[in-house]
Design a protein around this ligand. Structure first.
Ligand code: PLP
Length: 411
């Protein structure tokens, strides 16, 4: 019997969908994994494949199975595996200077799930979120999926533009709109690569307090600093309980672990834990991570910093060599990304087909803006491409940009 004759009619499906699903794109805008293989990939914030600690994780897994298999393979608590929570709290205290207790933290399937849970807990259709723009593509999509009205605040070389933040908060107050959340990527912002200064972090805390809104501090890249001084987190500067702090193992231990966390007041954590009906986040992986992290993380992070610093330097040098006049780019002190601004005449979405044809991939800037602006900008990730791919890849992009400029001059 052919199944096709019983296929669900598109209009039936459409009628059954939730408002949220109906408003979302029919398929993912970008589906990350497949197309990194055959190109020089500057597109995704993937960690370097060769440095992922596969052998060490295999050893940790064997240890966990030998000693704790009956729990590692069992359902777990919604808040997360207590052993991993303990390890993370120690790490947060030691590295980030964040003082938190078990009731302040929830383990999630990457930072992505922490964000999704927060949106579930706080955002009704049409509610207002203030976000840096450009920002992480995943956040743009998640905001869109819950029908948030996103108010953009620019990011400059000192991070979140707090003057603009204050202006927007005042404007919203005048209009009687209560923003629910200010979303900030404090270190090595995705996509600009720049960190928000201490002074501005303090201003964000003060403004959030004054306007009765929450702050979501996303610190996905904290461990990957290879220049400059560590800056206190917004979370640690905020004594009021308005700031929530999000982290992930994706950029260090490996994105496939799908393990992240959110630190917040117990009242917020309880709300999130009751919305999170999943039998525990990656209980198996959480046990393995709880074994691996205290033994290996500091040394591993030391290695990663060297790798990414070298790649950043290679990319900066290649940009210097190959980009035409009128192009500018950021110089990050950590993380994975450089943000490039090309002359106005260039459309990086249109240019992408040529780059792909020539075997190079990047992220068009417009994907990082809720309103699709940033047409002449692009994000380059230097985390995943190998050292010897970086210069040739940038040379190709430079050649395409020059060609586009010539073309634009003729129009
Ligand atoms: C700024 C930022 N936040 C959060 C994440 C979440 O990643 P994950 O869900 O893998 O923890 C990413 C990943 O690219 C990111 O760049």
């Amino acid at each position: 019997m052919g199944r096709a004759s019983h296929a669900l009619a598109p209009e039936t499906l459409q009628a059954l969908l939730s408002d949220r699903a109906r408003a979302a794109p029919a398929k993912p805008i970008l589906d990350s994994s497949n197309d990194v293989v055959n190109r020089i990939s500057f597109v995704y914030g993937f960690p370097d494949g060769d440095s992922l600690p596969a052998a060490e994780v295999a050893e940790a897994t064997a240890r966990v199975m030998a000693t704790d298999g009956r729990w590692a393979l069992q359902y777990g608590s919604n808040a997360g595996h207590a052993g991993l929570i303990d390890v993370l709290l120690k790490k947060l205290k030691r590295d980030q200077g964040i003082d938190a207790k078990p009731e302040n933290i929830i383990i999630t399937a990457g930072g992505s799930q922490a964000l999704a849970l927060l949106l579930d807990a706080f955002i009704n259709w049409g509610d207002t979120i203030i976000s840096e723009m450009p920002t992480w593509l995943g956040a743009v999509q998640a905001f869109n999926n819950v029908g948030a009205s996103v108010v953009a605040v620019p990011v400059d070389d000192e991070g979140t533009d707090t003057e603009s933040l204050e202006r927007e908060l005042k404007r919203l107050r005048r209009q009687g709109v209560q923003p629910k959340l200010i979303y900030v990527i404090s270190n090595f912002q995705n996509p600009r690569g720049i960190s928000t200064t201490l002074d501005r972090r303090r201003q964000i805390v003060a403004l959030a307090r004054e306007h009765g809104t929450l702050v979501l501090e996303d610190d996905a890249y904290f461990d990957l600093r290879y220049g400059g001084e560590t800056i206190p987190s917004i979370y640690s500067l905020d004594q009021s309980g308005s700031t929530m702090y999000m982290g992930t193992l994706s950029k260090t231990m490996g994105a496939g672990m799908r393990l992240g966390w959110l630190v917040a007041t117990p009242a917020i954590i309880h709300r999130l834990a009751s919305l999170k009906v999943d039998g525990g986040t990656n209980v198996f992986g959480a046990h393995v991570a709880a074994d691996w992290l205290p033994r290996r993380l500091p040394e591993h992070v030391g290695k990663l910093r060297q790798i990414y610093q070298r790649r950043r330097d290679l990319m900066l040098a290649a940009l210097e060599q190959h980009m035409p006049p009128g192009t500018s780019w950021t110089r990050p002190e950590g993380g994975f990304f450089i943000w490039v601004t090309l002359p106005e005449a260039i459309d990086t979405t249109r240019m992408l087909a040529q780059a792909r044809e020539r075997g190079v991939d990047y992220l068009p800037g417009s994907t990082c803006f809720a309103d699709g602006s940033g047409q002449n900008q692009l994000r380059l990730a230097y985390s995943y491409a190998t050292d010897d791919q970086i210069e040739p890849g940038i040379r190709i992009i430079g050649e395409i940009v020059r060609g586009e400029l010539l073309e634009a001059g003729r129009r």
